[in-house]
Design a protein around this ligand. Structure first.
Ligand code: NDP
Ligand code: 8X3
Length: 252
């Protein structure tokens, strides 16, 4: 049996690219997300192109009971999870805090922070039982810096950074490696979600410079996942060459 990777938010963007990359290097995959059609399409593509085993699970990481019951009822051969990629996440809105939409805040906190915790809480005991495993959390430049209108999104990603460090300490005696990746701007559906479907605004985010692509982050995941057993990559901050900080982008 190949190694098994569990990916949250595999229906688009970074998660989807990571699924393809990990399949290419021989992982069997549990792909999850809310959009059933996307999951099914990706599953067929992975099987056809990479000849790996794929299990697709419709999963909303915000629903703790669903996370627990779906993971705890995985078929036995799928419980030996070697790699967890906590990727599901989103930004919603760019309002200053005094005008912030409570529902936007809750979606970000429930997904980026609580969802990551629910999934980790359920999968880490499976790894502990086997005394092996690796967890990679997708954080962000927004977990290192704060920018106007980023308030709650930045808070959730700063929290991901703190949780990553805490997980690394707690899981140390159990031979589980914990890493995070903090990307700058990556062209995915991210900005479309942040601007609530406004394609024009979303496009403007990536105008005048070459952003990162999901494939760049997948290569970073591959690098972390393929280090020798005695090496852990704690954290990688990866930026487009034309972006120096969350706020400084060199546009032509
Ligand atoms: P996309 O919008 O392209 O993909 C987001 C993924 O998260 C989708 O697969 C979506 O699946 C999933 N998702 C969202 N909400 C939930 C939920 N409640 N339950 C399960 N899955 C969910 O964005 P990216 O690929 O860019 O984002 C992936 C991660 O990368 C996020 O954590 C984001 O914060 C982070 N990031 C992104 C950057 C960027 O510039 N794009 C930069 C730095 C970090 P579905 O809708 O089907 O549930
Ligand atoms: C997403 C990138 O620049 O919106 O995490 O913080 S940014």
């Amino acid at each position: 049996m190949n190694k098994i990777a569990f990916i949250t938010g595999a229906t688009a963007g970074i998660g989807e690219a990571c699924a393809k990359k990990l399949a290419k290097i021989g992982f069997d995959l549990i792909i999850s997300g809310r959009r059933k059609e996307n999951l099914e399409k990706l599953k067929q593509e992975l099987i056809a192109n990479y000849h790996v085993k794929v299990l697709a699970i419709e999963l909303d990481v915000r629903i703790q009971k669903e996370v627990e019951s779906k993971i705890n009822s995985l078929p036995e051969e799928w419980t030996k999870i070697d790699l967890l990629l906590n990727n599901a996440g989103l930004a919603v809105g760019v309002s200053p805090v005094q005008e912030g939409m409570i529902d936007d805040w809750e979606r970000m906190i429930d997904t980026n922070l609580k969802g990551l915790l629910y999934v980790t809480r359920t999968i880490s005991p499976l790894m502990i039982a086997r005394k092996t495993g690796q967890i990679i959390n997708i954080s962000s430049i927004a977990g290192k810096e704060v920018y106007p209108g980023g308030n709650v999104y930045c808070a959730t990603k700063h929290a991901v950074d703190a949780i990553t460090k805490g997980m690394r300490i707690d899981l140390l005696p159990h031979n589980i490696k914990v890493s995070s990746i903090a990307p700058g701007m990556v062209e995915t559906e991210f900005s479309l979600v942040r601007f609530k479907g406004d394609a024009e605004k979303a496009e403007q985010v990536y105008n005048g410079f070459t952003p990162l692509y999901a494939e760049d982050i997948a290569e970073t995941v591959e690098f972390i996942a393929t280090r020798p057993a005695h090496v852990n990559i704690n954290d990688i901050l990866i930026m487009p060459a034309n972006q120096a900080s969350a706020r400084d982008v060199n546009r032509v």
